[in-house]
Design a protein around this ligand. Sequence first.
Ligand code: ADP
Ligand code: MG
Length: 251
Amino acid sequence: MNATATHVDSSGVTITDLHKSYGKVEVLKGIDMRVEPGEVVCLIGPSGSGKSTLLRCINVLETANSGTIEVAGFEATDPDVDLDVMRRHVGMVFQQFNLFPQMSVLENCTIAQTKVLKTPLAKAQEIARDALAKVGLADFADRYPDQLSGGQQQRVAIARALSMQPSLMLFDEPTSALDPETVGDVLGVMRQLADEGMTMIVVTHEMAFAREVADKVVFMDGGVVVEQGDPADVIGDPQHERTQNFLSRVL
Ligand code: ADP
Ligand code: MG
């Protein structure tokens, strides 16, 4: 089957009864989750609860053991899916931004476009400059990563992902490695993306961001979704003791 031929464009994510084990250790124990196109879902929970594993399963950096994931119109869990094509639709931003140190900011934002998408360089640079403007770094195109603060590097990482013009964006603790004074700029960029209608799944410990920006908050613990719903409910009025305990430690 040609997976691209059946691709129906959508930015949503539907996860059904997802299980993932490392050896004998089951890390995801039956996750059900739905992200509508244009929605921002914040994934919260203690360290080790499986948040990163879930994100990595969504763009198939990890292979699930069972269950299904539909992402951006692709059956990510179908063994026949063209992962290279699917991943072009999914931007990912990590805690460690991993820019290419020997490349300028602009080159960091054009390299995948020219190599993977075969976009002509001039067009790739135009798209990259638009993305850099969006993250507030239009004047930094010719700098190198080591000339930037952590927050600026993370904003370049976001621009790099946006330069691929993804349908949705996954963020795994994008501000956890940053100096406190640069966190706000990165969250501001993410908030603006959300306002523009980008579909986003964000693993974060920034509860104020989750409360203000998320359409839905999902609390995970021990590889299961304990509670999910409106941020005002899950963060403001959690029903489960495990959610209450977690929030009392991070708020
Ligand atoms: P979180 O992002 O919520 O902190 P993770 O998804 O990183 O949680 O990890 C969930 C659990 O899976 C942890 O117990 C972790 O030790 C384990 N784990 C994660 N990645 C691997 C791996 N590659 N091999 C074995 N165990 C792993
Ligand atoms: Mg993690």
